[in-house]
Design a protein around this ligand. Structure first.
Ligand SMILES: [Zn+2]
Length: 434
C-alpha cells in the first residue's frame, strides 16, 4: 500500500508534509518525499491512499487497560471507589464467563482500533476470552491475568496459573501478535509469599511482568506502615522487577523509588484519566522523564476512564504536565508521540515496531485533519495532541493489514458486538437481581 502525499512527524518531532510511505506485507518499505502526483502514483501502485490533509503516525500502544471492563462502563457510578468495587464491580465480574469476556473484549478492541491503537497491555480474568478476540480482530496484545491472593494461596492451584499457562501455549500460535505476560494485581491484594512465587515463576519462564504500583496514597502509605518500605522497594526486594516490567499509575513513587525503577529498567505507564476520575492524584511524569525512566501511556479500563481513547489520554498527559509545572512547553509533540508509540512497544517487548522507519512493522494510523475543526491548518503535528480525538482517526493498520477505515471494521461486526454487550449486561443484572 502507498500512502501518497501525507504529513508525518519525523524523528525530531517536526512535521514533514508531502511524504510517501509504502508498506510491503507486514513492514514499512520506504519513507520518502512525495515526488509524483496521485494519478501517476496510481499507475505504479495498485493500492494508493490519498493522504491529502492527513497525518500518518505509528499506531498507539495502550500500555495499561482491562479491556473487558467495557461491559461495566458506567455501571454503578456515583459511589465512593471502595463501594463501587465491592457492591457493583466485583459481584458483576464474578458472574462473567469466558464468552462474556470475549464480547467485552470485542467491544473494547473495536473502540481501540477506531482510535488508532495497534497494541494493548491487558490485565483481567478468564483471559482466553480476550485472546480469542485479539486473534479474530488482528490487533496485538500482551495478555495477563492479574494475580490476587493471601498466604493460603498456592500458585499452581489457582485459576491464574491455569490461565497463564494456557496463554503461554496460545501465544505461540499467534504469529507474535500475542505475548503472554505474568501479572500481579497490586501490593495490597497480595502477600510476601505470593509476590515471591509469581516473581520466581516469571523469571523461570522469562515472562514480562505487569502490576499496579502506588496508585493511591492510601495504598502507598499503608505499605510503608506495614512493611517499612514503599511498594517499589517491597517489590524490588522480592524480585518482582527482575524481569522486564510495566507498572501502572506510579502516582506516589518517591525518593529512592526512582533509582530502583531505573536500575531494573521498569517502564512506567501513566493513566491520567483514571488517576483523575478515581481521585487518585497527579503523577509527576516530568520527574519520571527527567530521571530517565521510560514513560508509556494507558487508558486503564473503561470503568475508570470511561473510554479507550489514546489521543485524549496523551493530550491530558500533556496538559496536566503543563499545569503542574506551569510550563507550556511540556512535553514536545515528538516526546508525547514517543511515550504513546515507541516506548509502549519497547515496554511490551516489541523491538520491531513503534517507529515510522523502513524495516519496522507497518503498525500505522492515519488521522484525517481535513475536518473544519482543524482549519485553517498551520501544523499537522501540533494538532495531534491538542485538537484531535479518536473519531478523527481515518485508518488503523496492524502488520500491514487495514483493520479499520472510515467507520468500517475489516474484522468486526460492530452491531453484533454491541448487541451481545447489551445482552450480557441484561443477563448479569437479572442474575444480580438489580
Ligand atoms: Zn488498572
Amino acid at each position: 500500500m502507498l500512502f501518497h502525499n501525507i504529513a508525518i512527524i519525523d524523528a525530531e518531532g517536526e512535521t514533514r508534509e508531502n511524504m510517501n510511505i509504502r508498506t510491503d506485507g507486514a513492514f514499512i518499505a520506504s519513507v520518502e518525499p512525495c515526488e509524483n502526483d496521485l494519478s501517476d502514483a496510481r499507475k505504479l501502485h495498485k493500492d494508493v491512499y490519498d493522504g491529502t490533509g492527513k497525518l500518518l503516525i505509528p499506531g498507539f500502544f495502550n500500555n495499561h487497560t482491562h479491556v473487558p471492563m467495557t461491559l461495566t462502563r458506567g455501571y454503578g457510578e456515583k459511589l465512593p471507589l471502595a463501594d463501587w468495587l465491592v457492591t457493583r464491580i466485583f459481584p458483576f465480574e464474578a458472574l462473567l464467563t469466558e464468552e462474556d469476556v470475549y464480547w467485552g473484549s470485542m467491544l473494547g478492541i473495536a473502540e481501540m482500533l477506531r482510535g488508532g491503537t495497534v497494541s494493548f497491555t491487558d490485565m483481567y480474568m478468564r483471559i482466553q476470552g480476550v485472546f480469542r478476540a485479539v486473534m479474530e480482530t488482528g490487533i496485538k496484545a500482551n495478555l495477563s491475568n492479574g494475580l490476587t491472593g493471601d498466604d493460603t494461596t498456592v500458585l499452581k492451584e489457582t485459576a491464574w496459573y491455569r490461565e497463564t499457562e494456557q496463554m503461554r501455549r496460545d501465544a505461540k500460535t499467534s504469529n507474535g501478535r500475542v505475548i503472554a505476560d505474568a501479572s500481579l494485581h497490586a501490593q495490597y491484594t497480595s502477600t510476601v509469599s505470593l509476590v515471591r512465587a509469581i516473581a520466581d515463576y516469571a523469571r523461570e519462564n522469562e515472562l514480562h511482568m505487569h502490576v499496579h504500583l502506588s496508585e493511591s496514597e492510601a495504598e502507598h502509605e499503608n505499605c510503608k506502615a506495614l512493611h517499612g518500605k514503599t511498594p517499589t522497594k517491597f517489590f524490588t526486594d522480592l524480585g518482582l522487577f527482575d524481569v522486564p516490567t510495566t507498572v501502572a499509575h506510579a502516582v506516589y513513587i518517591e525518593g529512592e523509588d526512582y533509582d530502583l525503577l531505573l536500575d531494573k529498567g521498569v517502564s512506567l505507564c501513566h493513566a491520567p484519566s483514571s488517576n483523575l476520575k478515581l481521585g487518585s492524584g497527579l503523577a509527576d511524569v516530568k520527574s519520571w522523564r527527567d530521571h530517565g525512566l521510560r514513560v508509556t501511556i494507558g487508558t486503564d479500563g473503561a470503568g475508570s476512564n470511561n473510554n479507550l481513547d489514546m489521543i485524549e489520554e496523551v493530550t491530558l498527559a500533556s496538559y496536566l504536565a503543563k499545569g503542574l509545572h506551569r510550563d507550556p512547553l511540556l512535553f514536545s509533540t515528538g516526546e508525547l508521540l514517543t511515550f504513546a508509540t515507541r516506548n509502549g512497544a519497547l515496554a511490551q517487548g516489541r523491538e520491531d515496531t513503534g517507529l515510522l522507519e523502513p524495516g519496522y512493522r507497518a503498525d500505522l494510523v492515519v488521522v484525517d485533519m481535513n475536518a473544519f475543526h482543524f482549519q485553517p491548518m498551520y501544523d499537522y503535528g501540533t494538532n495531534l495532541f491538542t485538537n484531535a480525538n479518536a473519531s478523527d482517526v481515518a485508518l488503523t493498520m496492524v502488520d500491514g493489514r487495514v483493520l479499520y477505515r472510515n467507520g468500517e471494521f475489516a474484522t468486526i461486526d460492530i452491531e453484533k458486538v454491541v448487541w451481545n454487550a447489551k445482552r450480557v449486561r441484561d443477563e448479569k443484572l437479572a442474575q444480580l437481581n438489580v
